[in-house]
Design a protein around this ligand. Structure first.
Ligand code: CA
Length: 226
């Protein structure tokens, strides 16, 4: 899961980055509003941590724009602020933030809120079994079924399918798949993604079932919910 931090205090960014990365999240950051809006487009994060007081475009304004943008409307947003007043809390939630933490806050509290929010948005995150359409992926037993049929996947196809299922219904770019499945510091060619998608499709659709992986021309792939 990728988290975008938009925050102008470098020390706060580093504290958040350290805590989130130790919990296994991928972290990207922006230090002002304009950069934040750009990063939202380019990075397509799974959750946004947004500082209220930013130079340039404010956190409130970013939140408003996120909620107006059809592509990002479902993005979970947590506002971070130095102001603890009830009135500001209400205003933050008014413009569409899902949750709110006031500085100073404990990293443990923030992590708990992040997890709760991600679970609320996608109950499958952190679960032992994922189920989308007629595909069931068991993360403990390491087994995959489509309907009554057991699928035999290689380790990369298994990771790829898991990544897709946790983000079902979202269009994922090749870059997102590369970062999410192979890791950010690994050099893999774009066409490697296509090779593994082809293998995954073959295993999934072996019995002539409908293709659950939709190719979105010039963008990437989407795992269909139904
Ligand atoms: Ca600030």
């Amino acid at each position: 899961m990728k988290i975008l931090i938009v925050e102008d205090e470098p020390a706060m960014v580093e504290l958040l980055r350290y805590n989130l990365e130790s919990e296994g999240f991928d972290v990207v950051s922006a230090h002002d509003g304009e950069e934040g809006l750009l990063a939202l487009e380019e990075e397509q994060p799974d959750l946004l941590l947004l500082d209220w007081m930013l130079p340039g475009v404010s956190g409130i304004e970013i939140c408003r724009r996120v909620r107006r943008d059809a592509k990002q409307a479902g993005l979970p947003v947590i506002m971070i602020t130095a102001r603890g007043e009830e009135q500001d809390r209400v205003r933050g939630l008014d413009v569409g933030a899902d949750d709110y933490v006031s500085k100073p806050f404990s990293p443990a509290e923030l992590l708990a809120r992040i997890r709760a929010l991600l679970r609320r948005r996608n109950p499958d995150v952190g679960a032992e079994k994922l189920k989308v359409s007629d595909v069931e992926l068991d993360l403990v037993a390491y087994r995959v079924r489509r309907g009554d049929r057991e699928l035999h996947l290689g380790p990369t196809e298994f990771k790829l399918l898991r990544y897709f299922m946790e983000r079902a219904g979202r269009v994922l770019t090749r870059d997102q798949l590369l970062d999410g499945v192979w890791g950010q510091n690994v050099y893999v060619e774009d066409r490697t993604v296509d090779v593994h998608i082809r293998r995954l499709r073959k295993a999934l659709n072996e019995a002539g079932e409908s293709d659950l992986i939709r190719t979105v021309r010039a963008v990437g792939y989407c795992f269909e919910r139904a």
